[in-house]
Design a protein. Structure first.
Length: 342
C-alpha cells in the first residue's frame, strides 16, 4: 500500500482530468524539439496572470528560476526572512546571506521595519508569499511597500508566489511588476497543477530584465509534455476553482481538529499547515516514528532556520486522508499519555 504523503504540498485533487488526454496527444511530439520559449503556453499564462507576455519567462520549475536569478544578479548580499524556503540564494557558491528572523510570537508575520533597517544597494531580497513553511500570507500592500523600498535603495525584491494559487482571496503582485521595476515574481505551476514530475514554473519581470534572463537561460528547458500539461491545466478553470474551495475547507478542518488535540497551529493561507507540539511534548521525529509504519509521511521542520524539533508541517489533503491523519495522531497522543502514566 502506498504512503499517504503529507510532507509534499501538492494539489490534493491531483491534476486536471484534461491533463491525461493532453499528455497522450503530446507523446508523438517527443521526437521533436519543443518550442524554445514555450510561446503558446506563455500567451495562455499571460492571460491567466493578467500580465504582458513580454514580462514572462518560463522555467523547468520555479526553483530553476530562483537559481537563475541569483546567478544573474550575483548580488552583494541575499536577504531573506527566516524561516523560509531553503533554496533562496542558491545558484552561486557561498552567497552572502542576511536572515531577518520572523517572530513566532506574532505567528511569523512579515513586517517591513527590519527590512528598512537592513536593505542596501545591490541586495537581492527573497520573500515567499505565502511563506514556506509557515503558510503565512503577507498582504499585498506590505509586499508593494517592500518593492518600493527595494527600488529606492537600489535593491531587487523577488516574491515567490509558488503557493498563491491556493489562496482564496488573491494577493498576487504579478500585475504590479509594470509599475515596480525592482520587483520580480516567481511562480510554480507544478504544485497547483499537481505535475511536479514534469516541472513547470515562471517568473514575471520588467520587460528588459525578462528579455535578458531569456537570453541567459538555455532554450528548450520546458519540455513538450510539460507545455502540453500546462496548457490543459490553464484551460480547466473549474478545477482551479474547486481546488481553492476544497483546500480552504480542508485546511480549516485540519486546523480545528489539530488545535483541539492540543497543537499550536500557525494561521496559514496555503495548502499546508505549520504545527508546534511543544505544549504536548511532541517532536516531529517522535510523531513520524509513529506514523511511518502506518503509511503516513509528515514534514519535520528542524532543518529550517529558527524552527526547533517541535515544529511539523502537514499538507492539506482530501477529507478521508485528513480524517485518517487526525485519528492516527489521536492514537499517538493516547499511547504517549499511557506510557507517561505507566
Amino acid at each position: 500500500e502506498a504512503f499517504i504523503d503529507f510532507s509534499a504540498n501538492i494539489n490534493p485533487l491531483g491534476p486536471s482530468p484534461q491533463v491525461w488526454p493532453a499528455l497522450q496527444a503530446a507523446l508523438p511530439r517527443i521526437v521533436h524539439y519543443p518550442c524554445p520559449e514555450g510561446r503558446e503556453l506563455k500567451e495562455k499564462l499571460a492571460g491567466h496572470l493578467g500580465v504582458p507576455v513580454e514580462q514572462l519567462v518560463l522555467g523547468n520549475g520555479g526553483a530553476e528560476l530562483i537559481y537563475a536569478l541569483t546567478n544573474f544578479f550575483a548580488p552583494g548580499r541575499v536577504v531573506v526572512s527566516s524561516p523560509t524556503f531553503g533554496e533562496y540564494g542558491r545558484g552561486i557558491l557561498h552567497p552572502p546571506m542576511v536572515r531577518i528572523k520572523l517572530d513566532a510570537g506574532k505567528n511569523f508575520a512579515l513586517e517591513p521595519a527590519p527590512f528598512e533597517k537592513l536593505v542596501q544597494a545591490g541586495d537581492l531580497i527573497f520573500i515567499g508569499n505565502p511563506n514556506n513553511p509557515t503558510g503565512v500570507l503577507t498582504p499585498r500592500e506590505v509586499v508593494l511597500q517592500l518593492a518600493s523600498l527595494a527600488g529606492d535603495r537600489g535593491a531587487t525584491l523577488v516574491v515567490d508566489e509558488a503557493f498563491m494559487d491556493f489562496v482564496e482571496h488573491d494577493q498576487s503582485v504579478a500585475r504590479d511588476v509594470s509599475s515596480h521595476s525592482s520587483l520580480v515574481v516567481v511562480g510554480s505551476l507544478t504544485k497547483v497543477f499537481a505535475i511536479p514530475g514534469l516541472r513547470l514554473g515562471y517568473l514575471v519581470a520588467a520587460k528588459e530584465l525578462a528579455r535578458n534572463l531569456e537570453q541567459a537561460l538555455p532554450p528548450w528547458r520546458v519540455n513538450a509534455l510539460a507545455q502540453a500539461a500546462g496548457l490543459a491545466s490553464l484551460a480547466d478553470s473549474e478545477h482551479l476553482a474547486a481546488t481553492r474551495r476544497i483546500v480552504a475547507r480542508e485546511r480549516q478542518f485540519l486546523a480545528e481538529r489539530l488545535q483541539h488535540l492540543g497543537f499550536s497551529v500557525i494561521p496559514g493561507q496555503a495548502n499546508f499547515l505549520l504545527l508546534h507540539g511543544r505544549a504536548l511534548g511532541v517532536t516531529g521525529e517522535a510523531l513520524q516514528g509513529f506514523l511511518g509504519p502506518k503509511g503516513v509521511l509528515i514534514r519535520l521542520c528542524h532543518s529550517f532556520d529558527h524552527l526547533d524539533e517541535y515544529f511539523i508541517r502537514i499538507a492539506v489533503r482530501g477529507r478521508q486522508e485528513n480524517e485518517k491523519l487526525v485519528s492516527l495522531i489521536r492514537d499517538f497522543l493516547r499511547e504517549k499519555e499511557g506510557q507517561g502514566c505507566g
